[in-house]
Design a protein. Structure first.
Length: 622
C-alpha cells in the first residue's frame, strides 16, 4: 500500500481550513462594505436629485435649453454616478434630456481585473456594474405654471471603484495571510510529524529487540511528554527483560547460574577458544554423601548448605570464571584461558576450602562436607561441548570411586584407546538402537579386561529369563539394554584398580563397589535410558539385604536387577579375573544354588538353571 505523508496531509488540511476561513471573512467584508456603500450612495442620490430639481426650476422659467444642457453636463461631470437626466411634463412628454457618453475603455487596472475574476467566486450583492443602478423621480416646476418630473438615472461607478479598491486591498491581505498560513501550517506539521517520525524509528528499534534506544526530547509540550513517557516505558521494558533474563539464568536457591545458562555459556566460550586457539577448562563437582546430610539433618539444612557452598565456590574463582548449579548437589565451573594443571589448582583450592568450612546444621550444630571434583580441558580431552562435560563427569566419578574428597583430571588412563571418546560416549548414550548400546558395552568389557562379548552374553541370558517370566515386550527391552550397560559405571573407576593382580585393599574394593552408583549417574543423563536405571543401580543388591549400594532385600529389589544379578554372577565366575580364577560350568551352577535365597532370588536362579540345562541338551543334540 502506498504510504501517505501525514505532514503533507496536515499542511493540506490546515491550508484548506485557512483558505475557507479567508474566503468566508473576505465575502463577509465585501458584503458589508458594499451594502454600506450602496446605502450611502442611495441617500446621496436622493439629495443630488432634489438639488437638481430645485436648480432646474429657474432655468425652466427662462426656457433656455442650452443653459439647461450646459447645467446638466456640468452636474454630471461633478457626480460621475449620474448616468442621464430627463425632464418630462405632466403628460409624460420629454422636455429635456441629457446622457453621459459611454466609452468602451475599461478603467480597471490589471490587479483589479484579476481580483474581480478571483472574487467572482464569491456571491456579490445585486449590483448592475455600469448599468442603471438607481432611478429617482422628483416632481418639479418645468415652466411657468407647469409641473413635471425630473428623472435622474444613477449608475454604480463610484461603488464599483470603491469595491475595486477594496478588492485590491483584500486580495493583498488574502495573499499575505495565505502565505503566512502555509508557512504556519508547514511549521505546525513539522512540529507534529518530526517527533512522531522519531517515535516510529525508536518503536521499530524496540520491536527488533533494541531496548537501549531513546526518543530525543526537545520540547516540554504534549509531544515532549509523550516522548518522555515512551522513554520511561522502554526503560521499564529493559528492566523487566533484564530481570526475566536474570531469573531465567539463575538458580532460585543458590543465586548461581543454572544448568541452561551453563550450557549456553560453555558453548559460547568454546567457540571463542576455538576462534582464538586458546585453552579452556571446566570442573564438575559433587557433594559427597549429600543424601545422608538431608536424611539426618533435614532438607532445610541441606538447602542452606547448598547456598553456603555456592558462596564458597564463587570466592575461590576469578571474575571471568562461571560458577553454575548443574543440578541437585552437582555444580560446574567454566575456566576460560585455563589449562588442566591450572584448573586442578583451582579445584584443590575449592576442595580444601569446603573441607575446612563448618556448615550450619540443625539446632545450632555445625556439619562437615566434602566434594569430589573432575577436571577436563579443551581441546585436549574433547573438542565438543558434550564430550567435555562427559570427560569432566567421568573424572569426577573416578574421584568418588577413589574415596571421594579429591580432585581428578580426565587422564590418559580414563581415555585409553580401549575406552570410548567422551563425546562418542555422549552420542552413544543419546541413542536407543541395540548397535550403539552394544558398542558402549564393548568399551566397558575392554576396560575391565573381560572377554569380548561378556556383556552381550549377560544380555542374552537376561532376556531369556524375562521371556520365561512372561514380562512384556517393553520390560524385556529394558532387561536387554540394562544387561548391556549394567557395568557402565566402571568407566569412572581407575583401570589400575579394576585390573589389579592379587587381593584388593578395602579402599580399592570400596571403589569398585561405587560402580553401580556411577553407572546410574552416567546413564541418567540420557533421557532415552531412564527406564533401565533400576537394573544398573541395584544389580549388586542381595536377596537377604547384604548387598550394595542401598542394602535392599527381597521384593524391594526391582525384578530387572534380580535377573541381571544372577546372570552377571554366573558369567563372572566363568571368566578369568585378575583376582579370581575362572570356574567350570558345574562349579558355577553349584555356587548359584548355594547362594539362592541369600544373594539371589530363588525363582530367578531356578529359571536360569533350567535355561542352562536346556541349552546344554540342545548343544549335545546338535
Amino acid at each position: 500500500m502506498k504510504r501517505r505523508s501525514l505532514e503533507a496531509r496536515l499542511c493540506l488540511l490546515i491550508t484548506g481550513l485557512l483558505f475557507a476561513l479567508l474566503l468566508a471573512v473576505g465575502h463577509q467584508q465585501m458584503v458589508a462594505q458594499q451594502t454600506a456603500l450602496i446605502e450611502e450612495k442611495i441617500d446621496n442620490y436622493e439629495s443630488v436629485s432634489n438639488a437638481l430639481a430645485l436648480m432646474y426650476a429657474p432655468l425652466a422659467q427662462r426656457n433656455d435649453q442650452s443653459l439647461c444642457r450646459e447645467f446638466a453636463s456640468r452636474f454630471m461631470k461633478a457626480d460621475r454616478d449620474i448616468s442621464y437626466l430627463v425632464i418630462t411634463d405632466a403628460e409624460g412628454r420629454v422636455l429635456f434630456s441629457d446622457t453621459r457618453e459611454r466609452g468602451t475603455r475599461q478603467d480597471k487596472s490589471f490587479m483589479g481585473r484579476q481580483v474581480g475574476r478571483f472574487l467572482s467566486l464569491v456571491r456579490q450583492p445585486q449590483s448592475p456594474g455600469s448599468q442603471e443602478f438607481r432611478k429617482i423621480r422628483i416632481p418639479a416646476m418645468v415652466g411657468p405654471g407647469r409641473r413635471g418630473t425630473v428623472v435622474v438615472g444613477f449608475a454604480s461607478r463610484s461603488v464599483d471603484a470603491a469595491l475595486e479598491e477594496m478588492r485590491s486591498r483584500l486580495i493583498l491581505a488574502f495573499a499575505l495571510a495565505l502565505i503566512a498560513g502555509i508557512l504556519g501550517a508547514v511549521s505546525v506539521a513539522k512540529a507534529i510529524v518530526r517527533p512522531i517520525g522519531r517515535l516510529i524509528l525508536v518503536a521499530n528499534a524496540v520491536t527488533s529487540g533494541d531496548l537501549d534506544v531513546r526518543v530525543p526530547v526537545s520540547s516540554r509540550d504534549e509531544i515532549g511528554e509523550l516522548g518522555d513517557t515512551f522513554n520511561r516505558m522502554i526503560q521499564a521494558l529493559k528492566e523487566s527483560r533484564d530481570s526475566l533474563i536474570e531469573r531465567a539464568n539463575t538458580d532460585s536457591l543458590t543465586n548461581l547460574y543454572n544448568h541452561r545458562y551453563f550450557q549456553e555459556r560453555l558453548g559460547a566460550e568454546l567457540s571463542r577458544s576455538e576462534r582464538y586457539g586458546r585453552p579452556l577448562s571446566m570442573i564438575m563437582l559433587d557433594i559427597d554423601h549429600f543424601k545422608t546430610l538431608n536424611d539426618t539433618q533435614g532438607h532445610p539444612v541441606g538447602d542452606e548448605a547448598l547456598k553456603e557452598l555456592a558462596n564458597l565456590l564463587v570466592s575461590q574463582v576469578r571474575d571471568i570464571d562461571v560458577v553454575a548449579r548443574y543440578g541437585g548437589e552437582e555444580f560446574a565451573l567454566i575456566l576460560p584461558e585455563t589449562q588442566a594443571p591450572e584448573a586442578m589448582v583451582v579445584a584443590e583450592r575449592a576442595r580444601r576450602a569446603v573441607a575446612r568450612h563448618r556448615f550450619a546444621g540443625k539446632d545450632g550444630d555445625t556439619v562437615r562436607l566434602t566434594i569430589s571434583l573432575g577436571v577436563a580441558e579443551y581441546p585436549l580431552h574433547s573438542r565438543e561441548r558434550e564430550g567435555l562435560i562427559m570427560a569432566a563427569d567421568l573424572a569426577m566419578y573416578e574421584a568418588k570411586s577413589m574415596g571421594s574428597n579429591r580432585s581428578v583430571t580426565f587422564s590418559s588412563d580414563i581415555r585409553a584407546e580401549k575406552n570410548p571418546d567422551p563425546y562418542k560416549l555422549y552420542l552413544l548414550l543419546s541413542a536407543t538402537d541395540a548397535a550403539t548400546v552394544e558398542a558402549i558395552a564393548a568399551a566397558v568389557d575392554a576396560k575391565s579386561d573381560r572377554y569380548p562379548g561378556f556383556s552381550r552374553a549377560v544380555m542374552l541370558h537376561g532376556v531369556a529369563i524375562a521371556q520365561e517370566l512372561r514380562m512384556s515386550e517393553e520390560e524385556q527391552n529394558d532387561v536387554r539394554i540394562a544387561s548391556l550397560l549394567h557395568d557402565i559405571g566402571k568407566l569412572g573407576i581407575s583401570h589400575a584398580i579394576l585390573n589389579k593382580k592379587g587381593e584388593l585393599t578395602d579402599a580399592e574394593r570400596q571403589a569398585i563397589r561405587t560402580h553401580p552408583t556411577l553407572g546410574h549417574s552416567i546413564v541418567q543423563k540420557s533421557p532415552n535410558l531412564k527406564s533401565m536405571l533400576p537394573g544398573i543401580l541395584y544389580h549388586h543388591e542381595w536377596w537377604d539385604g547384604n548387598g550394595y549400594p542401598h542394602c535392599f532385600k527381597g521384593e524391594e529389589i526391582p525384578l530387572i536387577a534380580r535377573i541381571i544379578s544372577v546372570v552377571d554372577a554366573y558369567h563372572a565366575m566363568m571368566t578369568e579375573r585378575p583376582h579370581a580364577a575362572a570356574r567350570d560350568v558345574e562349579d558355577a551352577r553349584a555356587e548359584l544354588k548355594r547362594c539362592s535365597g541369600t544373594q539371589f532370588d530363588t525363582k530367578v536362579v531356578d529359571i536360569f538353571l533350567s535355561i542352562l540345562e536346556r541349552e546344554e541338551a540342545q548343544a549335545k543334540a546338535a
